[in-house]
Unconditional design. Structure first.
Lengths: 184, 558, 319
C-alpha cells in the first residue's frame, strides 16, 4: 500500500468514530421528537439556516480546490482557497451564534427548558465545535501557506484536513435534515 | 518502509544508567514495545487494587449480617471494581499486548502513529489515577465527593444530581470518558497499522490470528466506544447544565441510557475477550506442534463475532419490558453469536488432536481456559433464552457467567500469554515450577469461587447487595465462594514473585525458546528498538516454520 | 419461615414455564458440555507428548483444516440454535402476551428507595412491602396482574418462585402476572441496584386461600383503629412531621412519601425487611432509622425517651 494510506486509514478511522458519536446524538434527537412536556416547540422557533448551509456546503468545494492546488505546488492559490473555506465556515458559525442568541434571549429556549432544548443544543453544538476545530486546522494551513512553510510535499496532509472538513459538512446535512426538516 | 523517529532511544545506544535518566526514557518513549509493556504493567497494578476491592467484598458477604464495611463503602467497592476491571485492567492489557505484538507480528517497525500511541497510554494512566483519586476525595475534602457508587454501568436516573448528590458520579463519568478517548486513539492506530504497514509478503491472509483479533476489536472500538462517550456527555450535561436526557421527571427516558450504554457495553466485552482468543490461537498450535486448524474459518468467525456483537446489546435488558418483538430479536442475535464463538473451541481442539502436546505453563493456562470458557459460553446460551434470563439476570448467576468469561477466559489466556511472551519481552524465562503453582492454585481458587456462584444466583440471590437475610439458604454457598479468594490471592502472589525473581535470575531465553513460528520469534529477545535488522519477507502464515522446514513449507498447503 | 427462593421451586405458572424451558436449555448445554469437554480430555490425554528422545525433531502431521468438518461444526450448532430459538420465542410470547381474564386481581406496585408501595386500586387498599394475593386454582385460574411503576430510580421486582423479574422504571409502566397455586409465604427482593440500601428492599408475598384472602382484604380496608389508651401518642403523631410522609387512613395523616401505616402491625417486618416488626425494633426505627438501615430516607425524629414510648405505643395499635 502506498505511504499515503497510513494517514488516510487514520482519518477514516477518526471519521468512523466521530460519525458514531454524532449518530447517538441524532438518535436521541429523533427519539425525543414530540416528547417535550412543554414549549417552546421547534416549529415555533426554528428557521432553516439557508445562508449558513449554502456557505458550509460551498466550503466543501473550496477546500477541495485548495487541496488540489497544493498537489500542483500552487501554494499561494492553495492558501487562498483554504482561507475562503475558513471564512465560509466562520459565516456558518456566526449564523449558528445568531440563531442561539435569539433562541435563548427571545424565545426562551435553553438546554434545560424542555426535551427539544436538551437535544437541540448538544447536537448542533457538537457539530459547531467540530467546525471550530476545522477552522483551527484550516487557519494553521493558511498561516503556513502565508509564511512559505507549506509545500507540495504536504499535499497529502492538507488532503486529510479536507476529508475532515467534508465529514463535518456531511454531518451538517444529517443535522439539517433531522432538526430542521423532520423535527419541525 | 517507514522510518522511525530519530528521537527513539535504541536499547543498544543506552549507556545512561541513572535512575532518573532511565525513568525519563520511559516517560518520553513512543516505542510501541515500551508503551505495550507500560500498558500491561499498569493494567496488572490496577488488577491488584481491584483484587483487594473484591476480597473486601467477598469478606463482607461470607456470612449474612457482617459489618466488615458499611453499605455505602460496599457500593463504592463494587462500582470501582467493575469500572476498573473493564477500563483500567482489561482494556489496557488487551491493547498493551496488541501494542507490543502487532508490529512485530506483521513485520513493521512501530505502529502507524507513535505519538498518538503514547498519548493513549498517558491519558489512560491519568484516567485511572483520576478515578482512584475519588477514594481520597471523601465527603469532607473540598466537598468533592467520594468514590462513585452507581455501579459500573451507572444506570440513570440514579446518576442524576437528584439521586446522587456530590461529585462521586462525575469521577466515574470523566475518568471513563478519558479512558475511552485513549482507547479510540489506540484503536485507530492499530487499524491503520495492520491495514497499511504490513511487511513484504505479509498479506492479510497471512497475519497471525492474534493480529486479526486486534484488528477486529480495534475496528469494533471505533463503532462502539463513541456511543458511550456520547451518553457520558449527555450525563454531564444533565448533571451540570440542567439538560434532561435521562431526567424522567421531564419526560426523559431512563431506558435510553441503558440502550446507549449496552450498545457500547456488550461489544466491549467482546473487545476484551476476542484478543484472549488470539492468545490461545497462538499458544495452542506451538505447544501442540501443529498448525492451527482452520485458519480461514477462525478469521471468519472472529470477524463475524465482531459484526454480530453490534446487534446483541439488549440481552442485558430483557427484564426492562421492551416487548416481545425486541426480546425475541435479541434472543436470536445472542444465540447466533454463540455459533462463531463456540466454533473456535472446535478449531483449538482440532489443532490439539493429533499433535504432540507439551504441557508447559502457557499451555496449562490455555487448557484451563478451554474448559472454563466452554462453561462461560454455555451459561451465555442459557442467558440468551430470554425467559430464563428473566430469572437469572441481575442475580449471581450472571456474575458467575461473566467472571467465567473474563477471568476464567480472558485472564487465564492472558496469564498464558504472559508466560509465553515474557521471554521475548525480557530475554528471560519465567520459572516453570512457580508457573505451575500459580496455575493450579488459581484454577482451584477460581472455580471454588465462581463455579459455586452459579448456585447462589439460582437460589434467588440478586447482585450488588452488601448483605443478605440469614433465612434464604444462601450462607453456605457464599462462604464457599469466599473461601476461594485466599487461594487466588496466593496464586497471584506466586505470579508476582515469579516475575520479580525471573527478571533477575530467569534462564536466558534466546530468540525462540518455544520453537515457534511467527515473526516476533525471528528477532532477538528483547527485540531492538527498530524490531528487525531487516524486515523479513514472508511467504506463508508461519515464516519460521518455512525456515525450519524448507522441505515442507506452509505456502502450498494454505 | 419462607422457603429458599429457588428458581427451581416454582409455585406459579410463569415460574413453572421458565423452569420447563430451562430443563430444555440445561439439557442441550449439558450434552454439549459432556461431548466437548469429554473430547477435550481425551485429546489432552491421548496426544500428550511422551518426551521420547527424537521427539523434538519429528513434528506430527500438519493438518491445515477440513472443509467438511468445518461446515459440519458450523451447521450443527446453527440447527441447535434454530430449534432453541423457536422454542424460546413461543415461551416469550406465551408469557408476555397473556390476556387479563375476568376476575383477575389488579395490584399496582410502586418502587421507592428502598421500599415497595403496594396498592389494590379495585379494593381501596394501600400497604407496603408485603403483597397478599389469593391462591389460584389451575383448573379455574385467578391470577394477579401487577402494574409496576417507580417513584424514583430503576428497581426490579423479583420473587423467583412466582415469576421472572420485571424492572420498575420511572416514566414507564410495566406489567407482569402471577398465579400462585400453593398457599404460603414466598420471598424476593429488589433486583436492580437502586442506591445505598438496595440490599434491604425485600419483598414478602403471602398467598392465601380464597376465604382467608377475603378476610385480609376486609381487615386492610378498615380505617385505622382508634384506641383512647394511646391518645398521647396519637396526638404526638399528628403534631410531628410524620404526617407529611405517612398515611393513616381515618386520620388527618395523608402523606405519600413513605409507607402507608394504617395497618402497620399486620406486617411481619419493617423497613422493607431490614428488621422484624417488634416493639423494640419499631422504637429503634422511629428513634434513629440509620441504626437499622443506614442511608434510609426517613430522618431521625429526635424525640425524648418518653415521647418515643408514647409514639411507639400508638403505632403498635395500628393492627
Amino acid at each position: 500500500m502506498g505511504h499515503e494510506w497510513r494517514g488516510r486509514a487514520g482519518m477514516i478511522g477518526l471519521i468512523v468514530a466521530e460519525g458514531s458519536l454524532f449518530a447517538v446524538f441524532v438518535v436521541a434527537y429523533l427519539f425525543y421528537i414530540g416528547k417535550s412536556l412543554n414549549g417552546p416547540y421547534p416549529k415555533d422557533v426554528l428557521q432553516i439556516p439557508v445562508v449558513g448551509t449554502i456557505c458550509l456546503l460551498a466550503s466543501s468545494a473550496t477546500v477541495a480546490l485548495g487541496a488540489r492546488a497544493l498537489v500542483r505546488a500552487n501554494v499561494r492559490r492553495s492558501g487562498l482557497w483554504l482561507l475562503v473555506t475558513a471564512v465560509l465556515g466562520a459565516i456558518f458559525l456566526a449564523g449558528t451564534a445568531r440563531e442561539w442568541y435569539h433562541l435563548i434571549y427571545r424565545d426562551g429556549v435553553t438546554i434545560g427548558t424542555n426535551l427539544f432544548g436538551t437535544t437541540f443544543y448538544p447536537l448542533v453544538g457538537l457539530h459547531a465545535s467540530h467546525v471550530i476545530i476545522g477552522l483551527v486546522m484550516l487557519g494553521l494551513c493558511c498561516a503556513f501557506a502565508a509564511t512559505g512553510v507549506l509545500r507540495a510535499a504536504h499535499a497529502e496532509r492538507v488532503e486529510m484536513v479536507s476529508w475532515y472538513w467534508h465529514f463535518v459538512d456531511g454531518v451538517w446535512v444529517v443535522v439539517l435534515t433531522v432538526v430542521y426538516l423532520i423535527g419541525r | 518502509m517507514n522510518v522511525h523517529s530519530p528521537t527513539l532511544v535504541t536499547a543498544e545506544a543506552t549507556t545512561s544508567h541513572t535512575w532518573l535518566e532511565h525513568a525519563h526514557e520511559w516517560v518520553v518513549t513512543v516505542d510501541h514495545k515500551r508503551l505495550g509493556i507500560m500498558y500491561v504493567v499498569f493494567g496488572l497494578v490496577f488488577f491488584v487494587i481491584v483484587g483487594l476491592e473484591a476480597s473486601l467484598m467477598r469478606l463482607q458477604l461470607a456470612w449474612p449480617g457482617l459489618h466488615i464495611v458499611p453499605p455505602e463503602t460496599f457500593n463504592r467497592l463494587f462500582t470501582m471494581h467493575g469500572t476498573s476491571m473493564v477500563f483500567l485492567v482489561g482494556i489496557p492489557i488487551v491493547f498493551g499486548f496488541g501494542n507490543y505484538l502487532v508490529p512485530l507480528m506483521i513485520g513493521a517497525r512501530d505502529l502507524a502513529f507513535p505519538r498518538l500511541n503514547a498519548f493513549g497510554f498517558w491519558i489512560f494512566l491519568f484516567a485511572g489515577l483520576l478515578l482512584h483519586f475519588s477514594f481520597l476525595g471523601g465527603e469532607g475534602l473540598y466537598g468533592s465527593g467520594s468514590a462513585p457508587a452507581v455501579g459500573w454501568f451507572a444506570y440513570a436516573p440514579l446518576t442524576s444530581r437528584a439521586f446522587t448528590p456530590g461529585n462521586a458520579t462525575d469521577y466515574w463519568n470523566l475518568s471513563v470518558f478519558l479512558a475511552g478517548v485513549g482507547t479510540i486513539g489506540t484503536a485507530i492506530n492499530i487499524v491503520a497499522t495492520t491495514l497499511t504497514m504490513r511487511g513484504p509478503g505479509m498479506t492479510l491472509g497471512r497475519m497471525p490470528i492474534f493480529v486479526w483479533t486486534m484488528l477486529t476489536v480495534s475496528a469494533m472500538t471505533l463503532f462502539i466506544l463513541p456511543p458511550l462517550s456520547a451518553a457520558q456527555i449527555m450525563l454531564l450535561l444533565d448533571r451540570f447544565l440542567g439538560a434532561h436526557f435521562f431526567d424522567t421527571q421531564a419526560g426523559g427516558s431512563a431506558v435510553m441510557w441503558q440502550h446507549f450504554f449496552w450498545f457500547f457495553g456488550h461489544p466491549e466485552v467482546y473487545v476484551l475477550m476476542v484478543p484472549g482468543f488470539g492468545f490461545v490461537s497462538e499458544i495452542v498450535p506451538v505447544f501442540s506442534r501443529k498448525v492451527i486448524f482452520g485458519y480461514a474459518t477462525l478469521v471468519a468467525a472472529t470477524v463475524a463475532i465482531g459484526g454480530v456483537s453490534l446487534g446483541t446489546w439488549a440481552h442485558h435488558m430483557f427484564a426492562v419490558g421492551m416487548g416481545s418483538t425486541l426480546n425475541t430479536f435479541f434472543t436470536l442475535s445472542t444465540m447466533l453469536i454463540a455459533v462463531p464463538t463456540g466454533m473456535k473451541i472446535f478449531n483449538w481442539l482440532a489443532t490439539m488432536y493429533g499433535g504432540r502436546i507439551r504441557f508447559r505453563t502457557p499451555m496449562l493456562f490455555c487448557c484451563a481456559f478451554l474448559f472454563q470458557f466452554l462453561c462461560a459460553g454455555l451459561t451465555g446460551i442459557m442467558l440468551s433464552v430470554a425467559p430464563f434470563d428473566w430469572q437469572l439476570t441481575d442475580s449471581y448467576f450472571v456474575v458467575a457467567h461473566f467472571y467465567f468469561v473474563l477471568i476464567g477466559g480472558l485472564f487465564f489466556a492472558t496469564f498464558g500469554a504472559i508466560y509465553y511472551w515474557f521471554p521475548k519481552v525480557t530475554g528471560r524465562m519465567l520459572s516453570e515450577r512457580l508457573g505451575r503453582w500459580h496455575c493450579w492454585l488459581f484454577v482451584i481458587g477460581f472455580n471454588l469461587t465462581f463455579l459455586t456462584m452459579h448456585v447462589q444466583g439460582m437460589l434467588g440471590m440478586p447482585r450488588r447487595i452488601y448483605t443478605y437475610p440469614a433465612d434464604r439458604g444462601w450462607e453456605v454457598w457464599n462462604l464457599v465462594t469466599t473461601l476461594g479468594v485466599p487461594l487466588q490471592i496466593a496464586a497471584i502472589l506466586i505470579f508476582v514473585v515469579n516475575v520479580v525473581v525471573s527478571l533477575r535470575r530467569g534462564e536466558p531465553a534466546g530468540d525462540d525458546p518455544w520453537d515457534a513460528w511467527t515473526l516476533e520469534w525471528a528477532t532477538t529477545s528483547p527485540p531492538p528498538s527498530y524490531n528487525f535488522e531487516a524486515i523479513p519477507v514472508v511467504a506463508s502464515r508461519r515464516p519460521l516454520w518455512d525456515l525450519k522446514h524448507p522441505d515442507d513449507p506452509d505456502g502450498p498447503h494454505e | 419461615m419462607a422457603p429458599t427462593p429457588s428458581i427451581f421451586a416454582p409455585v406459579s405458572t410463569p415460574a413453572f414455564a421458565i423452569r420447563e424451558l430451562s430443563f430444555l436449555v440445561l439439557g442441550i448445554t449439558g450434552v454439549i458440555f459432556v461431548i466437548v469437554a469429554g473430547f477435550a480430555v481425551y485429546t489432552l490425554v491421548r496426544f500428550r507428548s511422551r518426551g521420547r528422545a527424537g521427539d523434538a525433531r519429528r513434528e506430527p502431521p500438519q493438518i491445515y483444516g477440513s472443509t467438511q468438518i468445518e461446515i459440519a461444526w458450523t451447521v450443527v450448532p446453527l440447527l441447535v440454535v434454530v430449534v432453541l430459538f423457536l422454542v424460546t420465542a413461543r415461551y416469550i410470547y406465551g408469557l408476555e402476551r397473556r390476556e387479563v381474564p375476568a376476575g383477575a386481581l389488579e395490584v399496582t406496585v410502586v418502587g421507592n428507595q428502598w421500599w415497595w408501595e403496594i396498592r389494590y386500586p379495585g379494593l381501596g387498599i394501600v400497604t407496603a412491602n408485603e403483597l397478599h394475593v389469593p391462591v389460584s386454582d389451575p383448573s379455574r385460574p385467578t391470577p394477579t396482574f401487577l402494574t409496576l411503576q417507580s417513584a424514583d430510580v430503576v428497581h426490579s421486582f423479583w420473587v423467583p418462585q412466582l415469576a421472572g423479574k420485571m424492572d420498575v422504571i420511572p416514566n414507564k409502566t410495566n406489567r407482569m402476572w402471577i398465579d400462585p397455586r400453593t398457599p404460603g409465604t414466598y420471598v424476593g427482593q429488589c433486583a436492580e441496584y437502586c442506591g445505598t440500601q438496595h440490599a434491604w428492599m425485600l419483598l414478602l408475598v403471602v398467598v392465601h386461600p380464597r376465604d382467608e384472602f377475603d378476610r385480609w382484604v376486609a381487615a386492610q380496608h378498615a380505617p385505622a383503629r382508634e384506641d383512647p389508651a394511646v391518645r398521647a401518642g396519637y396526638q404526638l403523631f399528628l403534631s410531628l412531621s410524620c404526617i407529611n410522609c405517612h398515611t393513616v387512613r381515618g386520620t388527618p395523616a395523608n402523606g405519600v412519601f413513605g409507607p402507608d401505616l394504617t395497618h402497620l402491625m399486620s406486617r411481619r417486618t419493617i423497613a422493607a425487611g431490614a428488621a422484624s416488626n417488634t416493639p423494640e425494633t419499631l422504637r429503634a426505627w422511629v428513634d434513629e432509622p440509620a441504626s437499622i438501615k443506614p442511608g434510609a430516607l426517613m430522618p431521625p425524629m429526635k424525640l425524648s425517651s418518653d415521647e418515643l414510648n408514647q409514639l411507639t405505643a400508638y403505632l403498635l395499635t395500628l393492627r
